[in-house]
Design a protein around this ligand. Structure first.
Ligand SMILES: [Zn+2]
Length: 53
């Protein structure tokens, strides 16, 4: 991946995602980890949303 291409927005190559349902957000080092942590959060905090996803 070309790190200067603007594909990731910060120097640490981290990815970030905000929760659709509350103020929570997660920062992870890879997209798969980001998804896993977001799914864990949904399951714990928003089980109804998690079941629909
Ligand atoms: Zn949330």
């Amino acid at each position: 991946m070309n790190r200067k291409g603007g594909y990731v927005s910060n120097a640490d190559d981290t990815v970030e995602r905000a929760c659709d349902h509350c103020e929570w957000h997660v920062i992870a080092e890879s997209y798969p980890e980001l998804i896993k942590r977001y799914q864990d959060h949904l399951r714990d905090e928003h089980p109804m949303a998690w079941m629909r996803s």
